[in-house]
Ligand binder design. Structure first.
Ligand code: GLN
Length: 454
């Protein structure tokens, strides 16, 4: 098989299905085809090529790509062409992937259904009446629909794992610091990571090998050795200790999600693992702490979109202040404005101690909950989301019910540990996800368990 055939297949499939799924915001067709020919020539010439050479990939639209439009799902960046590649994209290019296009998302990553994109609503490939999840809904749907072999997403509070679960694919949020965030347009810098979305755990491990590592352009990227993740896919989990938090199977979690996890645990037991119920007692405060902290960080990070430096600028202004105001009023959508207001309030003097500082303290307690469990257990397992995918429009009128969908993924971001979602059965024709959470920088064990289960 030739690389140009692979790339051709990808565009063929996009032509067939993307008018229904609506996963792509921008296609990179001409460049991709040229690159494919170049790889075919190099291969024919016997040149040594990267581990992922010729593999068609889609990239979430908040990860900057040189000369390929990067919108973050927002009007304010509708015509933004970055002048450089994110480190994650550079690393993939080195490994030889071919960027097919940019994938739809909730505006600046704020959402759980893709309905907050300023441009289009991506639909769930399993059933077009349902959402694909979010915010990396385009990335998960494109892989599930076979438009690309794999994609990049980003996960601030569940945005890789929840859409992976809803679309029946594999999605990993790496340990905080594992993958460089340089070139990831910041929403909540202390919580988010770029990560791979794939069909299989093995593909996912290959991608992380290419993505991971310290980067001088991101001071929060960690100088920790990157193992060969693919070598951990042994199938052997004998003696492995699994903690199952009672908070992850309790109130608010649907019977289907709970039962699918219990079935998965049986499979893992047969393979020689043991599980016990554990507790993450501060989980009930995670949602409140997350929305305070992430909105506070967003209010600061999004200050840069002022009509001067990037993207959209209003035509309707008589002076500088009016230009700032109207650019932001016209450029941002409702959810983004809601979060900027919440974050600005939480950070303002007089309220800072009561909200932001309190939320930071809660975050420390949540991190400690995980550390306590990981003293005795190798991984923590639960559902990825409380329910399978929901219907389009079902949660758009009440932002709080939308926020509640992230209850099982958010604690992982607050603690900074790695978590993966792997397909775990179906309910009503829609996929369910199993979430496997590991110790800091122990993606190897997470992959080992995920692969043994898969
Ligand atoms: N749905 C969550 C939010 O809206 C998580 C988003 C994300 O991980 N980017 O904040």
């Amino acid at each position: 098989i030739k690389v140009s055939d692979l790339v051709d297949e990808s565009f063929k499939r996009i032509n067939q299905v993307d008018h229904k799924i609506k996963a792509f915001l921008t296609l990179n067709e001409e460049n991709a085809r040229q690159q494919a020919l170049m790889y075919d020539e190099k291969f024919a010439g016997g040149e040594k090529l990267g581990a992922l050479f010729g593999m068609p990939i889609g990239i979430k639209d908040n990860i900057v790509t040189q000369n390929i439009r990067t919108t973050c799902g927002s009007r304010i960046l509708e015509n933004f062409d970055p002048i450089y590649d994110a480190t994650a994209v550079q690393n993939l290019n080195k490994a030889g992937t071919i960027t097919i296009g940019k994938l739809n998302m909730d505006e600046f990553g704020m959402g759980s259904s893709n309905e907050n994109s300023a441009f289009q609503k991506t639909l769930n490939p399993w059933n077009l009446d349902y959402v694909p999840g979010g915010s990396s809904g385009g990335s998960a749907a494109a892989v599930a629909a076979g438009e690309v072999l794999f994609s990049l997403g980003s996960d601030t509070g569940g945005s890789i794992r929840q859409p992976a679960a809803f679309c029946g694919v594999v999605g990993l949020k790496p340990t905080y610091g594992r993958v460089s965030r340089f070139g990831l347009v910041a929403f909540a810098s202390s919580l988010e990571q770029i990560g791979p979305i794939t069909r299989t755990v093995e593909d996912n491990a290959y991608l992380l090998e290419a993505l991971a590592g310290v980067d001088s352009m991101d001071s929060t990227s960690a100088n920790v050795k990157v193992p060969k993740y693919t070598e951990s896919l042994t199938g052997d989990i004998k003696g492995l200790k699994i903690g199952v938090p009672k908070e992850y199977l309790g109130e608010g979690v649907s019977a289907e999600s709970r039962n699918s996890v219990l079935e998965a645990l049986k499979v893992l037991e047969k393979l020689g693992a043991k599980w016990e119920e554990v507790s993450l007692p501060h989980s009930k405060y995670a949602l409140s702490a997350y929305y305070l902290l992430s909105s506070s960080e967003a209010s600061a990070n999004l200050a840069r979109f002022d009509g001067v430096r990037y993207g959209y600028r209003t035509d309707n202004a008589k002076n500088l202040i009016e230009m700032y105001k109207n650019t932001r009023a016209e450029g941002f959508g409702d959810e983004v404005k809601r979060r900027i207001m919440l974050g600005t309030f939480a950070l303002s003097s007089g309220y800072y101690d009561a909200y932001y500082k309190k939320a930071q303290q809660v975050r420390t307690l949540i991190k400690k909950d995980f550390e306590d469990v990981f003293e005795k257990y190798d991984v923590i397992i639960g559902p990825t989301a409380p329910t399978p995918a929901f219907k389009l429009g079902e949660k758009t009128t009440d932002p709080l019910t939308m926020y509640a969908n992230d209850i099982l993924t958010i604690p992982v971001n607050l603690a900074g540990v790695p978590g993966i979602s792997v397909p775990c059965g179906f309910a009503g024709g829609l996929p369910l996800g199993l979430q496997i959470i590991g110790r800091h920088f122990d993606e190897s064990t997470v992959y080992r368990v995920a692969h043994a289960y898969e």
